[in-house]
Ligand binder design. Structure first.
Ligand code: GLC
Length: 552
């Protein structure tokens, strides 16, 4: 067994890095990334300072949804290596104190999965058939929305073999499993056991709100679904305490809250509504959307934690904003209609902010100082770009850019053999944006990110403390206190493209000295009246508020 720090709440202090095995590094030079390649880049990840890897699906799959269409839950896709390679990789990651989360696609399988192949042939009502959700009509569950609006017209698809419709919340090649059938949960727990016994540290539970259906509802977040999640948690806690469940529930805060249960469902859940509002605030130069959504975010159980992210492998989803906000976001961030997919914007972090280093740093300052665990998307630490000419969400899943060599140093194969072209435009292309060049430049984004991660890791208050927003008259400026134990941190951020002043109501800290955390610079002591501060464009500060007695 690998070493594992004893703290069962390790995820609160984690820095998570999301990547796809396929996209990271190709060791055998066949054009597709593999586990041997990922293993060989663990030193890079360790130096970056991340403490946990979340791997996108790497299981056998027809790859019609980038692996979220699983045809075998107990193996590794042959293009990425073998189970043996996976085990070696996990052991090597653990040796570096890097934990490994894998994807658990619980809601659906590929239509090529043997369960589905058996189901469509089995007689109606038989246990085999009942692994999935069938109907004679496509009129059931009419109140459930369609998620992949660009490709799907209905959540039902006719199967000529079964002579019935099957239910799917995503692509029509991804039939939903039927959690009314107890065998489905048993099978899923078996799958979990399989990977947990291989020492993985937890799972991202994909598409968790859609497990169960009921007539007259929108078929999301149903009590039956929460029952299933509770059973999954119970299974983990009994056999594998300390392993993590991270909920992908793209819902409003009030509907995500139940996925923590009373500390008896998921340990973590993504904060989906916060993410688009960060981008909105940036474009509006008005921090209100952030303060509003944080105000609507209910408290969570002591053992629970939000997962924070700026970008991920999917589109920047605009499902959790109002119609007006959505229109604004489309206008502000996707001038070219090719940048849109389903209800969202398929772009990476750097191009979203027009390559502005200041804005990238500002957004990361929020990612690393808001209550929750930061989740970085691979390539964003070097400011990689995207390719809006690729289909679906593939434009943000291009090969990691390691150097200015052929194929961006990702693979030595014939460029024609690559699973995807690397980014090659003059601004974000691998000849300009790559790890090797940024490692050699101490003022690169990569160097800045390493510094940021290292600083964040020194202060547990960021992952564990409370947050309080200070009322500031200037709405371009966000000021908040993070507190935990005796630590008090003051963060101030300017969302404007111009310099801004602000008066911070800090009277209750009279006599304290704000010490800027990146340079350990003492700022003027806090006095009897509000504290004046000025920030450069898109500037931010983190201060430790130090009691008079604590100063040297
Ligand atoms: C989740 C994944 C997405 C996938 C979908 C269907 O939303 O993040 O990439 O397409 O589930 O599995």
């Amino acid at each position: 067994m690998a070493r594992r720090p004893r703290d069962p709440q390790w995820y609160k202090d984690a820095i998570i890095y999301e990547t796809h095995v396929r996209a990271f590094f190709d060791k055998n030079n066949d054009g597709v990334g593999d586990f041997a390649g990922l293993l060989s880049k663990l030193d890079y990840l360790q130096d970056l300072g991340i403490t946990c890897l979340w791997l996108l699906p790497f299981f056998p799959s027809p790859q019609r949804d980038d692996g979220y269409d699983i045809s075998d839950y107990r193996d590794v896709h042959p293009a990425y290596g073998t189970l043996e390679d996976f085990k070696l990789f996990v052991a090597a990651a653990h040796e570096r104190d890097i934990r490994v989360l894998v994807e658990l696609v619980v809601n659906h399988t590929s239509d090529q999965h043997p369960w589905f192949q058996a189901a469509r042939r089995a007689p109606p009502g038989s246990p085999e058939r009942e692994m999935y959700v069938w109907s004679d009509t496509d009129h059931k569950y009419k109140d459930a929305r369609i998620i992949f609006t660009d490709t799907e017209k209905s959540n039902w698809t006719w199967d000529p073999e079964a002579q019935a419709y099957f239910w799917h919340r995503f692509f029509s090649h991804q039939p939903d499993l039927n959690f009314e059938n107890p065998r489905v949960l048993r099978e899923m727990l078996d799958v979990m056991r399989f990977w947990l016994d291989m020492d993985v540290d937890g799972f991202r539970l994909d598409a968790i709100p859609y497990l169960c259906e009921a007539e007259g509802t929108n078929c999301e977040n149903l009590p039956k679904t929460h029952e299933v999640v509770k059973q999954i948690r119970d299974f983990v806690d009994r056999g594998y305490p300390g392993r993590l469940l991270l909920a992908e529930a793209n819902q409003w805060p009030a509907d995500v809250r139940p996925y923590f249960g009373e500390g008896d469902e998921c340990h973590m859940a993504f904060h989906f509504p916060l993410m688009p509002r960060i981008f909105m605030a940036l474009r509006l130069e008005d921090t209100r959307p952030i303060v509003d959504i944080m105000g609507q975010t209910p408290p969570i159980p002591e053992s629970s934690q939000w997962g924070l992210f700026l970008r991920n492998h999917d589109e920047l989803t605009l499902e959790m904003v109002t119609t007006d906000e959505r229109d604004y976001m489309y206008l502000a961030y996707s001038a070219d209609p090719r940048m849109r997919v389903n209800i969202g914007i398929r772009r990476r972090l750097a191009p979203l902010v027009e390559g502005s280093r200041r804005r990238i740093e500002l957004l990361n300052s929020l990612l690393f100082s808001f209550p929750g665990t930061p989740i970085l998307y691979y390539g964003d630490e070097i400011g990689m770009g995207d390719n809006v000419y690729l289909g679906d969400r593939n434009g943000v899943r291009t090969p990691m850019q390691w150097s200015a060599d052929r194929n961006g140093g990702f693979s030595r194969c014939n460029p024609a053999a690559l699973y995807s072209q690397p980014i090659m435009d003059p601004v974000y292309g691998y000849q300009t944006v790559n790890v090797e060049a940024q490692l050699e430049n101490s003022s690169s984004l990569l160097a800045w990110m390493r510094n940021m991660i290292a600083l964040r890791k020194l202060f547990k208050v960021f992952g564990r403390g409370s947050i309080e927003f200070l009322p500031v008259e200037n709405r371009a400026v966000l000021a908040y206190l993070r507190r935990w134990d005796r630590d008090v941190i003051l963060c101030v951020a300017n969302f404007s493209r111009f310099a801004q002043p602000a008066q911070l109501p800090l009277e209750r800290f009279r006599g304290f000295t704000p010490v800027e955390m990146f340079g350990y610079t003492e700022f003027p002591r806090i006095g009897d009246s509000s504290y004046p501060i000025t920030l450069g464009r898109y500037g931010f500060y983190w201060f430790e508020l130090t009691e008079p007695a604590d100063l040297p």
